[in-house]
Design a protein around this ligand. Structure first.
Ligand SMILES: C[S@@+](CC[C@H](N)C(=O)[O-])C[C@H]1O[C@@H](n2cnc3c(N)ncnc32)[C@H](O)[C@@H]1O
Length: 213
């Protein structure tokens, strides 16, 4: 997973006059630049070591255009119900189209345009995926997240493995920090699943933990 564009990401947009909302929209532009360096197999390989059981009810919080939703769907199979939640309607619509074309339909996929820090109309979940969406919060929204899970339910996290951010990834959480925060929030100690190099903030990791009873 190398990129001929590596090093250029963000370089042209790191202007001190950017407002936060402009930076947020540029994140999307740059994700489209970053993501071609990873493909579907790379996303699946980040989640595969979690050895997920087939089926169950899942939410992907901050699902975006679905790169990791598709990986999750591949691992939990067609009987799983997946709620893909994002406040960006356009990206969710893209997710729906990509899902239909990859899996031949959208059975058991629920798209929800919503702020995942607010009240969500979801059943108790077996699992939650948060890929590159927790780093928008200085005080991670973990109490809200854990409240959505059944006891023993799992949280799969994909994040940049650094603790210092930038305007586009304001509050990344390294695996060592994540271990501390997760336990404090009522999860089991996270298990590192895999890492993948990134030309932006060095490295991604995936980790899993479960809601303590
Ligand atoms: C960096 S993208 C990651 C998308 C996807 N998970 C991935 O890794 O390909 C972050 C996504 O989280 C969404 N997001 C951030 N904060 C959110 C919130 N409070 N409620 C809903 N969506 C949110 C953004 O709209 C964006 O689509």
């Amino acid at each position: 997973m190398t990129s001929s564009r590596g090093g250029s990401i963000g370089a042209g947009v790191a202007s001190p006059v950017l407002t936060k909302s402009t930076a947020q929209s540029i994140i999307h532009m740059n994700y489209d630049t970053i993501y071609p360096i990873m493909n579907h197999s790379d996303y699946v390989n980040l989640l595969r070591p979690a050895s997920l059981s087939p089926g169950g009810s899942w939410a992907d919080l901050g699902a975006g255009a679905g790169a990791f939703t598709f990986a999750l769907r591949e691992l939990v199979g067609e009987t799983a119900v997946i709620h893909a939640i994002d406040r960006d309607r356009g990206r969710l619509a893209e997710l729906g189209r990509g899902y239909a074309s990859r899996f031949g339909g959208v059975a058991h996929l629920h798209l929800s345009v919503a702020d995942f820090t607010g009240v969500l109309d979801l059943p108790p979940l077996d699992g939650i995926l948060m890929a590159n969406s927790l780093h928008f919060f200085k005080e991670p929204v973990l109490q809200q997240v854990i409240s959505l899970l059944k006891p023993g339910g799992g949280l799969l996290l994909v994040e940049y493995n650094v603790d210092s951010g930038n305007p586009w990834v304001p509050h990344p959480i390294s695996i060592s920090t994540w271990r501390r925060l997760a336990v404090r929030a009522g999860f089991s100690e996270p298990r590192l699943l895999a890492t993948a190099p990134s030309s932006f903030l060095r490295e991604f990791y995936s980790a899993t933990c479960t809601k303590m009873a």
